[in-house]
Design a binder for this molecule. Sequence first.
Ligand SMILES: Nc1ncnc2c1ncn2[C@@H]1O[C@H](COP(=O)(O)OP(=O)(O)OP(=O)(O)O)[C@@H](O)[C@H]1O
Ligand SMILES: [Mg+2]
Length: 366
Amino acid sequence: MATASHALGSAFAGFTRTPVAAATAMTSHYQCGSSALMRWHWSQGGRTRRFSSGRSARISMSLRAGIVGLPNVGKSTLFNAIVENGKAQAANFPFCTINPNVGVVAIPDLRLHILSKLSKSQQTVPTSIELVDIAGLVKGASKGEGLGNQFLSNIREVDSILQVVRCFEDDDIVHVNGKVDPKSDIDVINLELIFSDLEQIEKRIDKLKKSKTKDAQVKVKEALMDGKPARSVDLADHEKEAIQHLCLLTMKPVIYVANVTESDLADPDSNPHVKEVAKVASDLQSGIVTISAQVEAELSELPLEERLEYLKSLGVTESGLGNLVAYDDFVAAGSLGAAREKGLLRLEGKDYIVQEGDVMLFRFNV
Ligand SMILES: Nc1ncnc2c1ncn2[C@@H]1O[C@H](COP(=O)(O)OP(=O)(O)OP(=O)(O)O)[C@@H](O)[C@H]1O
Ligand SMILES: [Mg+2]
Protein backbone atom coordinates (compact mmCIF):
# COMPACT_ATOMS: atom_id res chain seq x y z
CA MET A 1 0.00 0.00 0.00
CA ALA A 2 2.80 2.38 0.86
CA THR A 3 4.38 1.76 -2.54
CA ALA A 4 1.23 2.84 -4.32
CA SER A 5 0.85 5.95 -2.28
CA HIS A 6 4.36 7.03 -3.22
CA ALA A 7 3.91 6.21 -6.87
CA LEU A 8 0.69 8.12 -7.27
CA GLY A 9 1.77 11.19 -5.40
CA SER A 10 -0.45 14.14 -4.75
CA ALA A 11 -0.80 17.71 -5.88
CA PHE A 12 -2.31 18.90 -2.65
CA ALA A 13 -2.23 16.87 0.50
CA GLY A 14 -5.28 18.92 1.40
CA PHE A 15 -6.00 21.99 3.43
CA THR A 16 -7.30 23.31 6.67
CA ARG A 17 -9.54 26.30 7.35
CA THR A 18 -8.74 28.45 10.36
CA PRO A 19 -11.17 30.64 12.35
CA VAL A 20 -9.73 33.76 10.68
CA ALA A 21 -10.20 34.52 7.00
CA ALA A 22 -7.39 32.33 5.81
CA ALA A 23 -6.78 28.81 4.63
CA THR A 24 -3.61 26.81 4.83
CA ALA A 25 -2.93 24.42 1.98
CA MET A 26 -0.21 21.83 2.04
CA THR A 27 1.36 20.33 -1.01
CA SER A 28 2.77 16.92 -1.60
CA HIS A 29 4.93 15.77 -4.50
CA TYR A 30 3.65 15.73 -8.05
CA GLN A 31 4.88 14.22 -11.27
CA CYS A 32 2.98 15.82 -14.14
CA GLY A 33 4.40 19.23 -14.87
CA SER A 34 2.53 20.34 -17.95
CA SER A 35 -1.22 20.20 -17.69
CA ALA A 36 -3.28 22.22 -15.28
CA LEU A 37 -4.52 19.44 -13.07
CA MET A 38 -5.95 21.22 -10.10
CA ARG A 39 -9.50 22.40 -9.86
CA TRP A 40 -10.55 24.30 -6.78
CA HIS A 41 -14.26 24.89 -6.59
CA TRP A 42 -15.87 26.42 -3.56
CA SER A 43 -19.58 26.34 -4.10
CA GLN A 44 -21.59 28.86 -2.18
CA GLY A 45 -25.16 29.94 -2.72
CA GLY A 46 -25.30 28.00 -5.98
CA ARG A 47 -22.30 29.81 -7.49
CA THR A 48 -18.89 28.27 -7.98
CA ARG A 49 -15.90 30.50 -7.32
CA ARG A 50 -12.19 30.04 -7.04
CA PHE A 51 -10.72 30.84 -3.65
CA SER A 52 -13.77 32.11 -1.87
CA SER A 53 -14.94 31.26 1.60
CA GLY A 54 -17.89 31.28 3.90
CA ARG A 55 -19.26 29.40 6.84
CA SER A 56 -21.22 27.04 4.65
CA ALA A 57 -18.62 26.77 1.90
CA ARG A 58 -18.23 23.30 0.43
CA ILE A 59 -14.73 22.66 -0.80
CA SER A 60 -13.50 20.11 -3.29
CA MET A 61 -10.18 19.55 -5.02
CA SER A 62 -9.82 16.54 -7.20
CA LEU A 63 -7.65 15.00 -9.85
CA ARG A 64 -9.05 12.44 -12.27
CA ALA A 65 -7.27 9.16 -12.78
CA GLY A 66 -8.56 6.70 -15.38
CA ILE A 67 -8.32 2.93 -14.87
CA VAL A 68 -7.36 1.56 -18.27
CA GLY A 69 -6.42 -1.87 -19.66
CA LEU A 70 -7.50 -4.84 -21.77
CA PRO A 71 -10.98 -6.26 -21.05
CA ASN A 72 -11.34 -8.64 -18.07
CA VAL A 73 -8.00 -7.81 -16.38
CA GLY A 74 -9.45 -6.56 -13.07
CA LYS A 75 -10.12 -2.83 -13.62
CA SER A 76 -13.55 -2.80 -12.02
CA THR A 77 -12.33 -5.06 -9.20
CA LEU A 78 -9.61 -2.52 -8.49
CA PHE A 79 -12.13 0.34 -8.66
CA ASN A 80 -14.39 -1.39 -6.12
CA ALA A 81 -11.42 -2.02 -3.86
CA ILE A 82 -10.42 1.63 -3.82
CA VAL A 83 -13.70 3.50 -3.89
CA GLU A 84 -15.77 3.37 -0.73
CA ASN A 85 -19.06 1.65 -1.51
CA GLY A 86 -17.72 1.03 -5.03
CA LYS A 87 -20.41 -0.90 -6.87
CA ALA A 88 -18.96 -1.34 -10.35
CA GLN A 89 -20.00 -4.61 -11.92
CA ALA A 90 -16.93 -6.87 -11.91
CA ALA A 91 -17.38 -10.26 -13.55
CA ASN A 92 -15.55 -12.85 -15.57
CA PHE A 93 -16.44 -11.76 -19.10
CA PRO A 94 -14.83 -9.20 -21.44
CA PHE A 95 -16.57 -5.82 -21.92
CA CYS A 96 -18.43 -6.19 -18.65
CA THR A 97 -17.99 -2.44 -18.20
CA ILE A 98 -19.41 -0.23 -20.95
CA ASN A 99 -20.24 3.10 -19.32
CA PRO A 100 -17.48 4.42 -17.07
CA ASN A 101 -17.87 4.05 -13.30
CA VAL A 102 -16.85 7.15 -11.37
CA GLY A 103 -15.95 7.40 -7.68
CA VAL A 104 -14.22 9.91 -5.41
CA VAL A 105 -11.56 8.84 -2.94
CA ALA A 106 -10.22 10.98 -0.07
CA ILE A 107 -6.46 10.85 0.48
CA PRO A 108 -5.56 10.97 4.17
CA ASP A 109 -2.19 12.52 5.04
CA LEU A 110 -0.75 12.50 8.56
CA ARG A 111 1.06 15.79 7.90
CA LEU A 112 -2.24 17.53 7.18
CA HIS A 113 -3.60 16.22 10.47
CA ILE A 114 -0.59 17.71 12.33
CA LEU A 115 -0.99 21.06 10.52
CA SER A 116 -4.65 21.10 11.40
CA LYS A 117 -3.82 20.71 15.10
CA LEU A 118 -1.10 23.39 14.97
CA SER A 119 -3.43 25.83 13.19
CA LYS A 120 -6.42 24.98 15.42
CA SER A 121 -8.40 24.56 12.23
CA GLN A 122 -12.18 24.63 12.13
CA GLN A 123 -12.23 22.34 9.17
CA THR A 124 -9.71 19.96 7.59
CA VAL A 125 -10.21 18.78 4.05
CA PRO A 126 -7.90 16.09 2.67
CA THR A 127 -7.38 16.15 -1.06
CA SER A 128 -9.29 13.68 -3.15
CA ILE A 129 -8.89 11.78 -6.37
CA GLU A 130 -11.67 11.01 -8.82
CA LEU A 131 -11.30 7.50 -10.21
CA VAL A 132 -12.85 6.54 -13.51
CA ASP A 133 -13.19 2.83 -14.35
CA ILE A 134 -13.12 2.78 -18.16
CA ALA A 135 -14.26 0.07 -20.57
CA GLY A 136 -11.68 -2.45 -21.80
CA LEU A 137 -9.62 -1.63 -24.87
CA VAL A 138 -8.65 -4.10 -27.60
CA LYS A 139 -6.37 -3.98 -30.62
CA GLY A 140 -7.92 -1.72 -33.25
CA ALA A 141 -9.84 0.42 -30.72
CA SER A 142 -8.55 3.63 -32.33
CA LYS A 143 -10.26 2.40 -35.52
CA GLY A 144 -13.48 1.56 -33.68
CA GLU A 145 -12.86 -2.08 -32.65
CA GLY A 146 -14.45 -3.25 -29.38
CA LEU A 147 -15.86 -0.16 -27.71
CA GLY A 148 -13.30 1.88 -29.63
CA ASN A 149 -13.51 5.62 -29.79
CA GLN A 150 -16.03 5.94 -27.00
CA PHE A 151 -13.44 4.46 -24.69
CA LEU A 152 -10.68 6.73 -25.96
CA SER A 153 -12.72 9.88 -25.32
CA ASN A 154 -13.19 8.70 -21.72
CA ILE A 155 -9.40 8.53 -21.38
CA ARG A 156 -8.98 12.00 -22.91
CA GLU A 157 -10.91 13.45 -19.97
CA VAL A 158 -8.63 12.12 -17.22
CA ASP A 159 -5.42 13.68 -15.87
CA SER A 160 -3.48 10.47 -15.38
CA ILE A 161 -3.73 6.80 -16.23
CA LEU A 162 -3.62 3.68 -14.07
CA GLN A 163 -3.00 0.87 -16.53
CA VAL A 164 -4.07 -2.48 -15.07
CA VAL A 165 -1.95 -5.36 -16.39
CA ARG A 166 -2.98 -8.94 -15.76
CA CYS A 167 -0.15 -10.81 -14.01
CA PHE A 168 -2.21 -13.66 -12.57
CA GLU A 169 -2.61 -17.09 -14.16
CA ASP A 170 -6.12 -18.52 -13.90
CA ASP A 171 -7.55 -20.74 -16.61
CA ASP A 172 -11.05 -19.87 -15.51
CA ILE A 173 -10.64 -16.14 -16.18
CA VAL A 174 -10.84 -15.35 -19.90
CA HIS A 175 -7.90 -13.47 -21.44
CA VAL A 176 -8.99 -11.77 -24.67
CA ASN A 177 -5.76 -12.79 -26.42
CA GLY A 178 -5.72 -16.33 -25.07
CA LYS A 179 -2.69 -16.05 -22.78
CA VAL A 180 -1.22 -13.91 -20.01
CA ASP A 181 1.46 -11.78 -21.68
CA PRO A 182 2.00 -8.41 -19.95
CA LYS A 183 4.46 -6.99 -22.49
CA SER A 184 2.10 -7.68 -25.39
CA ASP A 185 -0.91 -6.36 -23.40
CA ILE A 186 0.89 -3.12 -22.59
CA ASP A 187 1.98 -2.74 -26.21
CA VAL A 188 -1.62 -3.14 -27.43
CA ILE A 189 -2.86 -0.38 -25.15
CA ASN A 190 0.04 1.97 -25.79
CA LEU A 191 -0.21 1.53 -29.57
CA GLU A 192 -3.90 2.37 -29.58
CA LEU A 193 -3.25 5.52 -27.56
CA ILE A 194 -0.43 6.43 -29.95
CA PHE A 195 -2.64 5.88 -33.04
CA SER A 196 -5.31 8.08 -31.56
CA ASP A 197 -2.80 10.85 -30.78
CA LEU A 198 -1.28 10.57 -34.22
CA GLU A 199 -4.67 11.23 -35.76
CA GLN A 200 -5.13 14.28 -33.53
CA ILE A 201 -1.72 15.72 -34.25
CA GLU A 202 -1.97 15.17 -37.99
CA LYS A 203 -5.29 17.00 -38.10
CA ARG A 204 -3.65 19.86 -36.20
CA ILE A 205 -0.63 19.97 -38.49
CA ASP A 206 -2.95 20.13 -41.52
CA LYS A 207 -4.76 23.09 -39.99
CA LEU A 208 -1.47 24.86 -39.32
CA LYS A 209 -0.17 24.24 -42.85
CA LYS A 210 0.81 27.82 -43.60
CA SER A 211 1.82 28.76 -40.11
CA LYS A 212 5.40 28.59 -38.94
CA THR A 213 4.49 27.58 -35.41
CA LYS A 214 4.22 23.83 -35.80
CA ASP A 215 7.59 22.70 -34.47
CA ALA A 216 6.06 21.17 -31.36
CA GLN A 217 3.47 19.26 -33.37
CA VAL A 218 6.11 17.90 -35.76
CA LYS A 219 8.40 16.82 -32.89
CA VAL A 220 5.56 14.98 -31.20
CA LYS A 221 4.41 13.41 -34.47
CA GLU A 222 7.92 12.02 -35.09
CA ALA A 223 8.03 10.45 -31.63
CA LEU A 224 4.58 8.90 -32.10
CA MET A 225 5.56 7.50 -35.50
CA ASP A 226 8.51 5.96 -33.70
CA GLY A 227 6.14 4.26 -31.24
CA LYS A 228 7.06 6.58 -28.37
CA PRO A 229 4.59 8.45 -26.14
CA ALA A 230 4.22 12.24 -26.47
CA ARG A 231 5.41 12.67 -22.87
CA SER A 232 8.85 11.34 -23.88
CA VAL A 233 9.44 14.38 -26.12
CA ASP A 234 11.60 17.12 -24.67
CA LEU A 235 9.54 20.26 -25.27
CA ALA A 236 10.12 23.88 -24.25
CA ASP A 237 7.37 25.51 -22.21
CA HIS A 238 5.95 27.41 -25.19
CA GLU A 239 5.88 24.16 -27.21
CA LYS A 240 4.01 22.38 -24.43
CA GLU A 241 1.49 25.20 -24.45
CA ALA A 242 1.08 24.91 -28.22
CA ILE A 243 -0.17 21.31 -27.93
CA GLN A 244 -1.81 21.38 -24.51
CA HIS A 245 -5.32 21.88 -25.91
CA LEU A 246 -5.03 18.61 -27.86
CA CYS A 247 -5.18 16.67 -24.57
CA LEU A 248 -2.96 13.96 -26.03
CA LEU A 249 -3.51 10.57 -24.42
CA THR A 250 0.18 9.69 -24.38
CA MET A 251 1.04 12.96 -22.65
CA LYS A 252 -0.72 11.76 -19.50
CA PRO A 253 1.42 10.21 -16.78
CA VAL A 254 0.96 6.44 -16.46
CA ILE A 255 1.29 4.09 -13.52
CA TYR A 256 1.24 0.39 -14.29
CA VAL A 257 -0.80 -1.73 -11.90
CA ALA A 258 0.50 -5.31 -11.92
CA ASN A 259 -2.52 -7.34 -10.83
CA VAL A 260 -1.25 -10.51 -9.15
CA THR A 261 -2.78 -13.51 -7.49
CA GLU A 262 -3.18 -13.82 -3.73
CA SER A 263 -0.27 -16.26 -3.35
CA ASP A 264 2.14 -13.85 -5.07
CA LEU A 265 1.56 -11.06 -2.58
CA ALA A 266 4.31 -12.10 -0.16
CA ASP A 267 6.96 -12.12 -2.90
CA PRO A 268 5.61 -10.46 -6.06
CA ASP A 269 9.09 -10.15 -7.63
CA SER A 270 9.20 -13.92 -8.01
CA ASN A 271 6.38 -13.59 -10.56
CA PRO A 272 8.05 -13.25 -14.00
CA HIS A 273 5.05 -11.29 -15.33
CA VAL A 274 5.65 -8.63 -12.68
CA LYS A 275 9.30 -8.40 -13.72
CA GLU A 276 8.19 -7.81 -17.29
CA VAL A 277 5.85 -5.00 -16.25
CA ALA A 278 8.61 -3.47 -14.11
CA LYS A 279 10.98 -3.49 -17.09
CA VAL A 280 8.45 -1.75 -19.36
CA ALA A 281 7.59 0.77 -16.64
CA SER A 282 11.24 1.61 -16.15
CA ASP A 283 11.87 1.92 -19.92
CA LEU A 284 8.91 4.30 -20.19
CA GLN A 285 9.85 6.19 -17.00
CA SER A 286 6.54 5.29 -15.42
CA GLY A 287 5.65 3.98 -12.00
CA ILE A 288 4.56 0.47 -11.10
CA VAL A 289 2.35 -0.77 -8.29
CA THR A 290 1.93 -4.48 -7.58
CA ILE A 291 -1.34 -5.50 -5.94
CA SER A 292 -4.00 -8.13 -6.02
CA ALA A 293 -7.18 -6.31 -6.99
CA GLN A 294 -9.15 -9.34 -5.90
CA VAL A 295 -7.65 -9.37 -2.40
CA GLU A 296 -7.98 -5.60 -2.08
CA ALA A 297 -11.64 -5.79 -3.04
CA GLU A 298 -12.16 -8.37 -0.33
CA LEU A 299 -10.26 -6.22 2.18
CA SER A 300 -12.28 -3.12 1.47
CA GLU A 301 -14.06 -3.56 4.78
CA LEU A 302 -10.94 -2.12 6.49
CA PRO A 303 -10.95 1.36 8.09
CA LEU A 304 -10.75 4.24 5.63
CA GLU A 305 -7.16 5.31 6.40
CA GLU A 306 -5.72 1.89 5.74
CA ARG A 307 -7.75 1.34 2.61
CA LEU A 308 -6.89 4.58 0.97
CA GLU A 309 -3.32 5.14 2.02
CA TYR A 310 -1.96 3.72 -1.19
CA LEU A 311 -3.75 6.22 -3.38
CA LYS A 312 -2.60 9.77 -3.96
CA SER A 313 -3.11 12.21 -6.83
CA LEU A 314 -0.79 13.66 -9.51
CA GLY A 315 -0.70 17.11 -10.64
CA VAL A 316 0.38 20.68 -10.64
CA THR A 317 -1.23 23.79 -9.25
CA GLU A 318 -1.59 27.33 -10.41
CA SER A 319 -1.00 28.83 -7.04
CA GLY A 320 -2.02 32.42 -6.39
CA LEU A 321 -0.21 34.73 -4.06
CA GLY A 322 0.61 33.07 -0.84
CA ASN A 323 2.79 33.12 2.20
CA LEU A 324 4.91 30.04 2.03
CA VAL A 325 6.86 28.06 4.50
CA ALA A 326 8.18 24.52 4.20
CA TYR A 327 6.20 21.93 6.16
CA ASP A 328 9.21 20.86 8.26
CA ASP A 329 9.98 24.47 9.24
CA PHE A 330 6.36 25.13 10.09
CA VAL A 331 6.06 22.06 12.29
CA ALA A 332 9.45 22.72 13.93
CA ALA A 333 8.42 26.33 14.65
CA GLY A 334 5.15 25.10 16.20
CA SER A 335 2.81 27.69 14.64
CA LEU A 336 2.53 30.11 11.79
CA GLY A 337 3.19 33.04 14.17
CA ALA A 338 6.36 31.39 15.47
CA ALA A 339 7.46 30.59 11.93
CA ARG A 340 6.97 34.26 11.03
CA GLU A 341 9.04 35.37 14.07
CA LYS A 342 11.83 33.07 12.99
CA GLY A 343 11.78 34.63 9.53
CA LEU A 344 10.66 31.41 7.87
CA LEU A 345 7.75 32.96 5.97
CA ARG A 346 8.21 34.17 2.42
CA LEU A 347 5.92 35.90 -0.03
CA GLU A 348 5.84 34.27 -3.44
CA GLY A 349 4.23 35.33 -6.70
CA LYS A 350 2.14 33.36 -9.15
CA ASP A 351 5.22 32.11 -11.04
CA TYR A 352 6.51 30.27 -7.98
CA ILE A 353 6.77 26.53 -8.58
CA VAL A 354 5.23 24.79 -5.59
CA GLN A 355 7.58 22.39 -3.82
CA GLU A 356 6.94 19.14 -1.97
CA GLY A 357 5.69 19.90 1.55
CA ASP A 358 5.12 23.64 1.04
CA VAL A 359 2.52 25.12 3.36
CA MET A 360 0.64 28.05 1.82
CA LEU A 361 -1.48 30.66 3.52
CA PHE A 362 -4.17 32.18 1.30
CA ARG A 363 -5.96 35.32 2.45
CA PHE A 364 -9.27 36.45 1.06
CA ASN A 365 -12.11 38.85 1.77
CA VAL A 366 -15.20 37.57 3.48
N1 LIG B 1 -5.89 -10.53 -8.83
C1 LIG B 1 -6.87 -11.32 -9.28
N2 LIG B 1 -6.81 -12.65 -9.13
C2 LIG B 1 -7.80 -13.45 -9.58
N3 LIG B 1 -8.90 -13.01 -10.20
C3 LIG B 1 -9.03 -11.69 -10.40
C4 LIG B 1 -8.03 -10.78 -9.95
N4 LIG B 1 -8.42 -9.52 -10.28
C5 LIG B 1 -9.61 -9.64 -10.90
N5 LIG B 1 -9.99 -10.94 -10.97
C6 LIG B 1 -11.21 -11.47 -11.59
O1 LIG B 1 -11.19 -11.19 -12.98
C7 LIG B 1 -12.52 -11.03 -13.49
C8 LIG B 1 -12.62 -9.74 -14.28
O2 LIG B 1 -12.54 -8.65 -13.39
P1 LIG B 1 -13.16 -7.21 -13.74
O3 LIG B 1 -14.60 -7.30 -14.06
O4 LIG B 1 -12.74 -6.32 -12.62
O5 LIG B 1 -12.33 -6.86 -15.06
P2 LIG B 1 -12.40 -5.55 -15.98
O6 LIG B 1 -11.00 -5.26 -16.37
O7 LIG B 1 -13.16 -4.48 -15.30
O8 LIG B 1 -13.21 -6.10 -17.24
P3 LIG B 1 -14.06 -5.28 -18.35
O9 LIG B 1 -13.08 -4.60 -19.22
O10 LIG B 1 -14.79 -6.37 -19.05
O11 LIG B 1 -15.00 -4.36 -17.64
C9 LIG B 1 -13.43 -11.09 -12.28
O12 LIG B 1 -13.99 -12.40 -12.21
C10 LIG B 1 -12.50 -10.85 -11.08
O13 LIG B 1 -12.96 -11.46 -9.91
MG1 LIG C 1 -14.91 -3.55 -15.82
